[in-house]
Design a protein around this ligand. Structure first.
Ligand code: PLP
Length: 386
């Protein structure tokens, strides 16, 4: 199915919506029945038909079908946050005594899930340098049940060869999961490269308007059904129907938004790469990136997220650069319409900060939907302060 079909028409039975062109928002927790027999029949299918919104809600159902189609999987589940999606996908695969091989430096709260949370239940994790697929194979133990990937990660953008890692995992009977938030299904489809579970923070590009926190897991019917029966219904971290409806609205422009961010991102990255006050640009398609050929092999674009190392050792000057930017709002997250910056020096007092993986002079830049020339002028005047 092509992406226009998925984003604008697929899974929208307008004839039963009395011709409504947008999906009705079914803001209801509950569904009622005419007879006991009707209720009994529906309860037998409470995860696929309206019974109670923790299990199934028709507005969320439309979103699930579209997201699964975008990733090319049989089914998908939507959660109240990306972190809930990561946690429930991982918890579906491992139990006490099992072992995870994870790429090093995944999303900060994913690291916490492995190190501080699952460790309480006897699940251990080994982190490997994912730039060489063989490192995953070397770390496999008899009890390894999951290989966890995030390609690229969202701060320094190291990539893993998804096809190669999926092959290794299959040969050992190990499940693979990949956080695909950075590339989005527009630019990378891990399932088509052999990855079992594809995870997203829907908060970023999928919703794209900085007004919803959500998460997604895509996978086979069997794996999603198992996750639904166990983690999803039990832990209950669902998305509200209104937020699902906003995500459906956000998805209408998903393709053009992410294309715009990618096109502008490449222009801004080139400008920064050529600027004497910038030491290095971390970006999958940066000309200095040693993994650039892997990016070209498995990704058709990168979007607008990149990091820069400023050409200064003076933290005061780095801070002055950030404070001088007018259009790059100082904030977390990314993937919305607005350009953003995340100065790593702002993390110095945070328990999440790990100086060995994130140098203090790094500033993460998100190029949003504004005119790239306007953004370049803004960066120019701020870089002149260094
Ligand atoms: C934001 C993010 C998450 C967490 O998602 P939330 O929606 O904030 O819970 C997970 N992985 C990556 C790569 C992210 O950028």
């Amino acid at each position: 199915m092509n992406i226009s079909e998925i984003l604008h028409h697929f899974a929208e039975p307008r004839e039963i919506w009395e011709g409504a062109v947008t999906p009705p928002l079914q803001a209801t927790s509950n569904f009622c029945f005419d007879t006991v027999d009707d209720m009994r029949n529906q309860l037998a299918n409470e995860m696929s038909y309206p019974f109670y919104t923790r299990g199934y809600n028709p507005t969320v159902g439309v979103l699930r079908e579209k997201l699964a189609a975008l990733e090319g999987t049989e089914d998908a589940l939507v959660f109240g946050s990306g972190s809930a999606a990561v946690a429930m996908a991982v918890m579906q695969v491992v139990k006490g005594g099992d072992h995870i091989v994870s790429v090093k430096k995944p999303y900060s709260w994913t690291t916490k899930l492995f190190d501080n949370y699952l460790s309480k239940y006897g699940v251990s994790t080994t982190y490997v340098d994912g730039t060489d697929a063989k490192n995953f194979e070397r770390a496999i133990q008899p009890n390894t049940k999951l290989i966890y990937l995030e390609s690229p990660n969202s701060m320094t953008f190291e990539m893993q060869d998804l096809e190669a890692v999926a092959k290794i995992a299959k040969a050992h009977g190990i499940v693979t999961a990949c956080d695909n938030t950075y590339a989005t299904p527009l630019f990378q489809q891990p399932h088509k490269l052999g990855i079992d579970l594809v995870i997203h923070s829907g908060t970023k590009y999928l919703n794209g308007h900085s007004d919803v926190v959500s998460g997604v897991v895509c996978g086979s019917k069997d794996m999603i059904q198992a996750m639904m029966k166990e983690e999803f219904m039990t832990l209950g971290g669902i998305i509200a129907p209104f937020n699902a409806w906003l995500m459906l609205r956000g998805l209408r422009t998903f393709e053009i938004r992410v294309q715009r961010s990618d096109a502008s991102g490449r222009i801004v990255a080139k400008f920064l790469e050529n600027h004497p006050k910038v030491k290095e640009v971390l970006y999958p398609f940066a000309s200095s990136n040693p993994q650039r050929s892997l990016a070209e092999k498995q990704m058709s674009g990168a979007g607008g997220l990149m990091s820069i190392k400023l050409n200064t050792d003076d933290p005061k000057k780095a801070e002055a650069f950030s404070n001088a930017l007018k259009y790059f709002l100082i904030a977390a997250s990314w993937g919305g319409y607005e350009s953003l910056q995340y100065p790593i020096s702002a993390m110095l007092n945070s328990q999440n900060y790990n100086p060995s993986s994130l140098p203090e002079h790094l500033v993460r830049i998100y190029v949003g939907l504004e005119d790239p020339q306007m953004l370049i002028e803004d960066l120019s005047q701020a870089l002149a302060l260094l």
